[in-house]
Design a protein around this ligand. Structure first.
Ligand SMILES: [Mg+2]
Ligand SMILES: [Zn+2]
Length: 216
């Protein structure tokens, strides 16, 4: 069985501008291509798991999403990064207007379906895999799919500068605390009854260092 890192897109791989789809809005933060290359060279499959409800809402089309992904992939490769093994998209939202995407689907995060499909397609064992995202829905998705979730709490982008609680959709009982791990190092975790303690980092590169420690 393979191991994988499942990656949220907006706010992790590219700056989240809110319904990001224009190629002119594509900005891949420093360190992202290198971080992905480290994961790939350590044997992790790289799978993007992204909600794009802008399709259901009529803000952009599936062709726009596809074009954006082509540009994202090209930019990462141009800067020395790897090719993604798979990109999984949920284009749905029940509040949308565009048929057939305006439905309450099973694949929208925090549902685990997109991760489960990727695991089947690429023979991935979720138990030795990680889900990296910048919203609590990513964390929940990762937990429900049986992966280890990691939250990136200070991703790049103007839309992340608003209050922590709103932006990250934290559950009411979520608490941030600092714990000390077995080697005496301080680690920030976000805890809730639904998920237990989830480690929190401020960049994809520090997440990758941690993943490589946890699964050498
Ligand atoms: Mg995100
Ligand atoms: Zn969906």
């Amino acid at each position: 069985m393979n191991r994988a890192v499942f990656l949220d897109r907006d706010g992790i791989l590219n700056v989240d501008r809110g319904y990001t789809f224009r190629i002119s809005d594509l900005l891949v933060p420093d360190g992202v291509p290198e971080s992905l290359a480290r994961l790939k060279s350590n044997g992790f499959k790289l799978v993007v798991i992204t909600n794009q409800s802008g399709v259901a809402r009529g803000k952009f089309s599936m062709a726009d999403v596809s074009d954006f992904h082509d540009a994202l992939q090209a930019e990462i490769v141009r800067r020395g990064g790897p090719v993604f093994d798979l990109i999984k998209i949920c284009p749905h939202h029940p509040d949308g207007q565009v048929i057939p995407f305006n439905v309450a689907c099973q694949c929208r995060k925090p549902g685990p379906q997109l991760i489960e499909e990727a695991c089947s397609a690429l023979a991935i064992d979720p138990g030795i895999s990680f889900m990296v995202g910048d919203k609590w829905s990513d964390v929940l998705c990762g937990v429900r799919a049986g992966t280890t979730p990691i939250l990136v709490l200070e991703p790049q982008g103007p839309s992340h500068k608003s209050s922590r609680g709103l932006r990250y959709e934290l559950p009411d009982d979520a608490r941030f605390e600092t714990v000390v791990d077995s080697s005496g190092r301080k680690i920030t975790v976000a805890s809730s009854t639904g998920t237990g303690a989830v480690e929190v980092y401020s960049s994809l590169s520090s997440v990758v260092s941690r993943i490589l420690e946890l699964s050498p």
